[in-house]
Write a protein that binds this ligand. Sequence first.
Ligand code: 13P
Ligand code: SF4
Length: 357
Amino acid sequence: MPKNIAEKSVEFAVPLKGIPETAVIQSNLPVYNAEQRDEKIANIKRLLKRENAVLVAHYYTNEDLQIIAEETGGVVSDSLEMARFGNNHPATTLIVAGVRFMGETAKILSPEKRVLMPTLEATCSLDLGCPAKEFSEFCDQYPNHEVVVYANTSAEVKARADWVVTSSIALKVVAHLMDQGKKILWAPDKHLGHYIQKVTGAEMVLWQGACIVHEEFKARGLGELIEKHPDAGILVHPESPAAVIDIADVVGSTTTLIKAAKELPHKEFIVATDNRIFYKMKQEAPGKIFIEAPTAGEGATCKSCAHCPWMAMNGLHNLEAVLESGLKSGENEIFVDEEIRQKAFRSTSRMLEFVAH
Ligand code: 13P
Ligand code: SF4
């Protein structure tokens, strides 16, 4: 345990409005029969090749998109690897299937590439809950703190930061800064910030944002589920509440959780993260059983129900559309103001350099 835990958790969050419900988003998506689905997939593969484009998809997108990315030389990964892969890949066009900050991160790192997304409506509650102006004012209150932001933020917020990190390397970066005697201003995810603080013992002030998906996981319901599955391994993403993290066998980024599913000896796992990750977990650990951590605890009804509403907006229909018409019209293309991009590049590219060493 760290010796000198010194955390100042300051209240600074912007209330969220108009959060979509995953079931509503899904009910508005087109439904295809097997033949139509196969046709769409074949057409998307053909268009990717024709346009010299590569598909960079997150583990939380639907299975069809993950399959296309894998079968066409793209990538399905966590947000850190999405950034790294997109930056290193020679394709002139990146199609980023995920949420907006992932597309913006790709553009920040690779301004010479065209970056398009199946939909620009797909955002993230952490990004929404941390507007640049309020964030900048928050930073002004702590001039002696190193500003470390989660990648789930806008380009403007990244531009104000000293460091951008993802859940894969947040602990290592904060530990590194702590070794240099730095105090940390962390934003926007309070749960991840609290977890980092607890593990490293760093002196931190925390912005009070949250992921609407992970925040729905309930420790009490999880405890009850564990009673029914006493031998299951518990895998938890650190955007979950502290009481859920405390029960975990493994806490980490999506990639860490997939690796644990593969490497741990357990035959079954209870997983507290977006359930679209099960596609990759089943692929990497065939024969093992994966159970969703409960989201509808006592007195609560789930809204995302373990699937991000914004990730759910990505589908075959809009992936095909962006390749068919977006490339010509510029619709759904990501643009970042050049002055902001240059500032955001400093804090974001640092993350990739840190991983490389
Ligand atoms: P990872 O970086 O672990 O993939 O997480 C991204 C994210 O948005 C989790 O909700
Ligand atoms: Fe944002 Fe949560 Fe969705 Fe990840 S799962 S993109 S953190 S809202």
